[in-house]
Design a binder for this molecule. Structure first.
Ligand SMILES: [Zn+2]
Length: 80
């Protein structure tokens, strides 16, 4: 009986793992004003994973952590 239960648990965890993999963020296919992530300098054309609108412009970032850093101090990163 215990055997069946652990087999079922393995099946469930494998299933949720494959669903998790599908949810992994893909590169976004949107136009952003910046060619480089202002936080880390990565090219948005290659590593665009997240965006934020600031001053009616769409800025792209390599990931959520860079977006959050930008949102804290956008003036620091936007070139005039
Ligand atoms: Zn970045």
């Amino acid at each position: 009986m215990k055997h069946i239960l652990s087999a079922a648990l393995v099946a469930v965890s494998l299933l949720s793992y494959s669903q998790e993999a599908k949810k992994a963020p893909a590169k976004l296919n949107v136009k952003v004003v910046n060619t480089e992530d202002p936080i880390c300098g990565m090219k948005t054309a290659q590593f665009l994973k997240d965006t934020v609108t600031y001053n009616k412009k769409l800025y792209g970032f390599c990931g959520t952590h860079c977006k959050e850093a930008f949102k804290k101090e956008p003036k620091k990163y936007v070139k005039k």
